[in-house]
Design a protein around this ligand. Structure first.
Ligand code: MN
Length: 228
């Protein structure tokens, strides 16, 4: 087959312990999945159904690359999150079987133009310009579940310039990985290569060019990105 224009490159992430790579398909993100973060954003964290937004695979910044401060925003926030990498797809996946669809896990940053997201919320508009911009998804290498298991607890931490800004624990997820996959798979047929950003703990805040972000999900991995 040949194309009228060059096809886009396959976006991929390194897989720890191998030189084979994980091809990135779609990126789903869970909103307000830690109670303290829901509160800091002005919402009641009582257990409602989860909600989702998406980023394009082209938003991935792999292998600790630089995060380019985006255009059209003066308030870009960090959100450190555990990322689930789907290896085997499906619809209406039962929570009890959900983890068997997971290839592995990573540490990621759901970078957000908070000013544009806030304006969109106020006007009842979509979040895409606030959430799905270029380079909005720095992500670590993937750790295979075959190697690390399925973490149910562990610190989720983000430091900026060596100072802790966010700290939470995977055990505090309102919708854990199994529940999230089960719910998401009622809305979308999950496909191999899909990523799910599972939500961020409290402490989100702005970054500036020159800042060094260091995210860590205990038992999973670390993500470093310099804001340029
Ligand atoms: Mn997020």
């Amino acid at each position: 087959m040949h194309f009228v224009i060059a096809p886009p490159p396959q976006i991929s992430l390194a897989v720890r312990g191998t030189d084979a790579r994980f091809p990135v398909n779609r990126i789903f993100c869970v909103g307000r999945n830690y109670a303290e973060h829901a509160r800091e954003m002005g919402h009641d964290p009582s257990r409602e159904p989860p909600f989702f937004f998406m980023k394009p695979s082209s938003a991935i910044v792999a292998e600790d690359g630089d995060f380019r401060y985006p255009s059209c925003s003066k308030d870009v926030h960090h959100e450190v999150e555990m990322v689930v990498a789907i290896g085997w797809g499906g619809s209406n996946i039962a929570a009890a079987h959900a983890l068997s669809h997971v290839y592995g896990y990573a540490a990621g940053l759901d970078m957000t133009r908070r000013d544009l997201q806030g304006e969109a919320k106020k006007l009842g508009r979509p979040w895409d310009t606030g959430k799905a911009f270029d380079a909005s998804a720095p992500c670590s290498a993937i750790a295979a579940a075959a190697d690390i298991g399925h973490p149910q607890s562990g610190a989720v931490v983000l430091e900026v310039n060596g100072e802790v800004r966010q700290r939470g624990d995977l055990a505090e997820l309102i919708w854990n990985v199994s529940d999230t996959i089960a719910y998401l798979s009622t809305l979308f047929a999950l496909q191999p290569g899909d990523l799910i950003f599972t939500g961020t703990p409290a402490g989100v805040g702005p970054v500036r060019p020159g800042d060094r972000m260091h995210g860590r999900v205990e038992g999973v991995g670390e993500i470093r990105a310099r804001v340029v």
